[in-house]
Design a protein around this ligand. Sequence first.
Ligand SMILES: Cc1cc2nc3c(=O)[nH]c(=O)nc-3n(C[C@H](O)[C@H](O)[C@H](O)COP(=O)(O)O)c2cc1C
Length: 199
Amino acid sequence: MKIIGVAASPRKNKSTNFLLEQCLDEANKTAQESGIHLDTELVDLAGMKINGCISCDACRKGLLCSQQDDFQSLIGTFADPEVVGIIMATPVYMGSMTSQAKAFIDRSVLYRRNGFMFRDKLGGVLTVGGSRNGGQELTIQAVHAAMMIHGMIVVGDGEHFGGTAWGNHPGGHEGDATGIATARKLGKRITEVASKFQS
Ligand SMILES: Cc1cc2nc3c(=O)[nH]c(=O)nc-3n(C[C@H](O)[C@H](O)[C@H](O)COP(=O)(O)O)c2cc1C
């Protein structure tokens, strides 16, 4: 089984990427400790050109999209039946997800229109804000809503909504021990739930 993490910051190798790596690392560690076979992959949207959906309805005719941009290269990645979970990681922009995250999510409608391909996959969310309380949980809920539109099963960090991190922590994002702990707990929890589904 496989879990894919999507980093939806426009910036490469910044706080969102770091927190998602922490999350996936804990997912792998949990799988190893439980003797579960798990593959993880980090898909970084930074540097990719993914337009918003233009509602052309091409995807009603099959698993295809009329827009020739970088989303084309991702269609097969997420269609893999081995994928049991998707973790979306996004910075908080103006109290919600980035436009990169929203464009990716809107374009993912093609999986819904071709047999609800994300139905029963696990969905987790990790957010990073410049402020400690800058809308992390609200943003998580916005992404959760899209996951439910897909028929996915939403998973939190086992206690709260998911990963909530502070990019401008005085010690830098690497110094945000609380945020890192929530990201790692999300990775652990999604792996634990995935293993229950497997058995
Ligand atoms: C356009 C814009 C809007 C932002 N809005 C918020 C916000 O509403 N709340 C918040 O806490 N941080 C906000 N931030 C800060 C980012 O969430 C923060 O810098 C985050 O760490 C960026 O992630 P990255 O380091 O992976 O790029 C905003 C940043 C930008 C550029």
